[in-house]
Design a protein around this ligand. Structure first.
Ligand SMILES: Nc1nc2c(c(=O)[nH]1)N[C@H]1C(S)=C(S)[C@@H](COP(=O)(O)OP(=O)(O)OC[C@H]3O[C@@H](n4cnc5c(=O)[nH]c(N)nc54)[C@H](O)[C@@H]3O)O[C@H]1N2
Ligand SMILES: Nc1nc2c(c(=O)[nH]1)N[C@H]1C(S)=C(S)[C@@H](COP(=O)(O)OP(=O)(O)OC[C@H]3O[C@@H](n4cnc5c(=O)[nH]c(N)nc54)[C@H](O)[C@@H]3O)O[C@H]1N2
Ligand SMILES: [Mo]
Length: 822
């Protein structure tokens, strides 16, 4: 009965499927008892806390938590995230892999033909493959490092479950860094002594009080603060509201330095300073030139708090080997901002209290280390680092940074590592001379070039010969650049195991797929407001796990049982016991400062409020006493030049910030004669990366002819005979995709946008296949930012676009695998 029902349901729209499913398959004991009116339950998510009405075992309504005064529109996608035809229903194995395992035809990977398995079969296979990889090869052959935007909840955080479970069996290759701030988190410790990107920033109330000019540099907080790493409070929006009022009454000037008119710019009604993409460093050098020539810089700050200004300014003034003076005229030709406007902007920055606020997309491009470093140099020349409302920040668009934070302790999570004294079953630590840890964005290079060597942050990395990969809570077939290159790399792999709740492209390119449940199908606790630490949330299980899905905790308990270590994995505790323990530890840590009720009472209430936090100024302590409170750089001072980086001898990251041309740059830069349009693949307004793309009805609110929108300027559209709503083909030498044209005057000529996270849906498994939905990573460039950080360079990408005229292929991204019988 279940089987025919499944065929019947496949392809139905989410809502109708939910209605049908609700009455039959999904009603389970716990929910069956609930009355027809249903009950409201507290839940949490990256999109904020919310209450869900659960009726007859089905989530029927979602409304924002009362404390959230600025809920995101994305709450409207939640129901569709639970109920949609792309949910993974059963454990599945790729057809030819199931038949031939390590000898399978790997060119078939991606053809989406899969065979349904029972959980016992699937976990046996998973265990056999781990065993084979560890014994036939060794820990160097297993990559289990990739982790991504798992769902919220401290206990069920799935990357921890995967790594602890796998580690109980054996060692594996892991990663360093992330896709978000790969370049920033490596360069900034050399410059300001800390990653900056993940540090608390000056509080918004102080910025609103003291700042006269606020520069949003490659920064769209109004779009990006909709989500948070933990359950988001959206308190930042209250401050953006006040900022808008202050712009209107003339007390603060806000300038958005960005090639496009951002959502924030439109909301605030602030000024946009248009800049050619990827050219910010040229602009910054010319600002430094003006500040210096017009004596608008703070000599005393440079003398007291910084090192290495001279070599930098010599370079700016053309006193170095190349004899090029980085004047505003020189920069204007690169960045597209007139020389006089550059001078005027520099004077404005120096005229009064100025706060620079950088976003992260600007370091997700070739030489992404440079704009962050050059930005810090400008802030140092302005001499306001450490003053309220002055200086520089690299994170006010992220996870409630800048909201006055409480000092409360957050609950811990399920341990990612083995317990003290415990060793893996196969405790082989011989990586055969290869590196145990690789820079995360270089893992495709690693698959393609086993034994290859790269430089990274002052050291050498040797790529291991990976044969098996495990992915959980991440979607590399959205997040990594250049999918056609990835296809080649994946052909080197014997086994790919993915644990997820929705059948995304990573499942399609895997051999064994295990269905996890969503966070709405398990109980958890989370801090409310990542950096704000506003309170503690009970995330109530709304419905039982759908279909055959299980929590990651249950999945890895089952795996560990196969080699007799499940008791160690769980520490003999179930979900409820773990939650109570994590809660009680948190309660003890907060004792005296932030009172918390007993666990059962908390669970019943659903929420503990820690109240308003207090304000804080970033780097104020360093400003007050640079010797006692030295920053974490090698010298303890802000390093405008870095001897340490200089000693590495890297061509692409020298001892102070410099302008370097990109391999691809629009507006007259390299490659623009063949592919004239710069593709920015920034973060989506209506998704969290690829999460929620599968939410059918919600996707329909932004899709164009069922495809991901590509935004382009009226001029570029007209030149190509493209109208708003047309189906278009976007392409370059790396790949091609179909998308739906959205013509918008918020985009300048030469700049197009496709949001990252659009689900990859190739017509077939072949290299070069057309992507039917519009994942920008079909087109992006897969190179490291530099030898220093080896971070992703997704925003270095040129393309061309044309109206699509051929036979229109159906979208293949959604709806799960093609189930076949063996
Ligand atoms: N709604 C939503 N919010 C999110 C996320 C999401 O998926 N959805 N993801 C979260 C995560 S994981 C992260 S890492 C952050 C990402 O945060 P960011 O990386 O800061 O965000 P993006 O949206 O990619 O880009 C921000 C702005 O940079 C501009 N920009 C791009 N290139 C250049 C350039 O060369 N010069 C200049 N001056 N500007 C440029 C873009 O036009 C855009 O307006 O967002 C977080 N917030
Ligand atoms: N071109 C381009 N590419 C980019 C970026 C860009 O700006 N441009 N941005 C980069 C950035 S900053 C980031 S952070 C990455 C994001 O890359 P990812 O973190 O890989 O992106 P997500 O779409 O959040 O993928 C999370 C996956 O985990 C699954 N998942 C969620 N919760 C659970 C769980 O509890 N259990 C299990 N088993 N699975 C779960 C979801 O269904 C989803 O498939 O993308 C990067 N890629
Ligand atoms: Mo990110």
């Amino acid at each position: 009965m279940a089987i025919s029902r499944r065929h019947f349901l496949k392809g139905l729209a989410a809502s109708s499927a939910a209605a049908l499913i609700g009455q039959s398959l999904l009603v389970r004991t716990a929910e069956a008892a609930v009355t027809a009116e249903g009950s409201w339950k507290m839940a949490g998510s990256h999109w904020g806390a919310f209450k869900a009405l659960v009726k007859g075992g089905v989530v029927s309504e979602v409304k924002a938590f009362e404390l959230d005064k600025h809920p995101t529109d994305m709450l409207n996608g939640i129901k569709g995230l639970i109920y949609n035809p792309s949910r993974i229903r059963y454990p599945m194995a790729r057809l030819d892999w199931l038949k031939n395992r390590e000898n399978s035809d790997r060119t078939q990977r991606g053809d989406n033909r899969f065979v349904r398995l029972t959980w016992d079969e699937a976990l046996d296979l998973f265990h056999e493959e781990l065993e084979r990889t560890q014994t036939q090869y060794g820990p160097w052959a297993l990559y289990a490092g990739a982790t991504g935007w798992r769902q919220t909840g401290q206990f069920h955080s799935c990357g921890s479950h995967m790594q602890r479970g796998v580690n109980l069996h054996g060692n594996f290759v892991s990663k360093v860094g992330d896709y978000s701030t790969g370049a920033g988190q490596v360069i900034m410790p050399y410059v300001l002594g800390s990653t900056e990107v993940y540090d608390q920033g000056t509080s918004w109330p102080l910025i609103l009080e003291h700042t006269k000019t606020l520069v949003l540099w490659a920064n769209d907080p109004f779009k990006n603060l909709q989500v948070g790493w933990n359950c988001e409070t959206h308190q930042s929006y209250g401050y953006l509201e006040q900022l808008k009022a202050k712009i209107a009454d003339g007390s603060i000037k806000v300038v958005s330095v960005d090639p496009v008119q951002t959502k924030t710019q439109a909301y605030l009604g602030c000024e946009q300073l248009y800049i050619n993409p990827q050219s910010d460093v040229a602009f910054m050098l010319a600002i430094a030139h003006t500040l210096y020539k017009e004596e608008l810089y703070d000599k005393s700050f440079l003398g007291t708090y910084t090192l290495g200004f001279e070599p930098f300014i010599d370079y700016v003034l053309g006193k170095t080997e190349d004899k090029v003076e980085r004047t505003p005229e020189w920069a204007a030709a690169i960045c597209g901002i007139e020389a006089d406007r550059i001078r005027e902007f520099a004077r404005q920055l120096a005229s009064d209290r100025t706060q620079l606020m950088f976003g992260w997309a600007i370091q997700r491009q070739q030489h992404g280390e440079q704009p962050y470093w050059a930005g810090a140099v400008i802030a140092a020349m302005l001499g306001q680092i450490g003053l309220p409302g002055g200086g520089i920040s690299y994170a006010h668009h992220y996870s409630s940074i800048g909201v006055p934070a409480t000092g409360a302790s957050a609950p811990g999570g399920f341990p990612r590592n083995l317990d003290p004294g415990k060793k893996p079953l196969h405790d082989n630590n011989d990586f055969k001379g290869a590196s145990r840890i690789i820079p995360v964005a270089r893992w495709i290079d690693c698959l393609l070039e086993p034994g290859g060597k790269i430089q990274y942050n002052g050291g050498d990395v040797t790529f291991p010969d990976v044969k098996m990969c495990i992915f959980s809570g991440c979607n590399p077939w959205h997040h990594h650049q250049d999918h056609n290159r990835m296809k080649q790399a994946f052909r080197k792999l014997e086994t790919v195991v993915t644990i997820d709740y929705s059948w995304n492209a990573t499942c399609r390119f895997s051999d064994l797929v295990l269905p996890a449940c969503t966070q709405f199908e398990r109980n958890d606790i989370d801090i409310y407001g990542s950096y704000a630490k506003r309170g503690l949330l009970a995330m109530h299980k709304l419905v039982d796990p759908l279909f055959h899905s299980r929590s990651d905790f249950d999945i890895f308990t089952g795996l560990c049982r196969r080699f007799g270590r499940h008791e160690e994995y769980t520490q003999g505790k179930d979900e409820r016991q773990w939650l109570a323990q994590l809660y009680n530890e948190c309660k003890a840590a907060n004792d005296g400062s932030y009172p918390m009720p007993e666990f059962d009472e908390f669970w019943e209430q659903g929420y503990v409020d820690f109240g308003e936090g207090s304000t804080w100024v970033r780097h104020a302590d360093f400003r007050e006493d640079p010797e006692v409170n030295a920053v974490g750089t090698p010298s303890g001072f802000i390093e405008i030049s870095s001897r340490k980086i200089g000693n590495y001898g890297y061509e692409d990251c020298k001892s102070h910030p410099i302008w370097m041309e990109k391999t691809e740059r629009s507006h007259g830069g390299p490659g623009s004669d063949q592919y004239p349009l710069w593709l920015q693949s920034v973060h989506p307004d209506q998704r969290l990366h690829s999460q929620m793309c599968e939410s059918d009805e919600y996707r329909a609110t932004y899709a164009v002819q069922g495809r991901e929108p590509v935004y382009l300027s009226p001029a570029d559209a007209e030149a190509r005979g493209i109208s708003d709503g047309d189906l278009v083909r976007v392409f370059n030498g790396r790949g091609q995709l179909l998308a739906g044209a959205r013509v918008s005057d918020r985009f300048p000529s030469g700049v197009i946008r496709i949001h990252e996270g659009a689900w990859y849906g190739p017509t077939d498994a072949g290299i070069g296949a057309l992507d039917t939905y519009g994942d920008p990573n079909t087109l992006t460039l897969d190179v490291g930012t530099s030898r220093l950080a080896q971070a992703p360079s997704a925003n270095t990408c040129l393309v061309e676009i044309e109206k699509f005229t051929g036979t229109v292929p159906a979208v293949t991204s959604f709806g799960g695998p093609d189930m076949v019988e063996i």
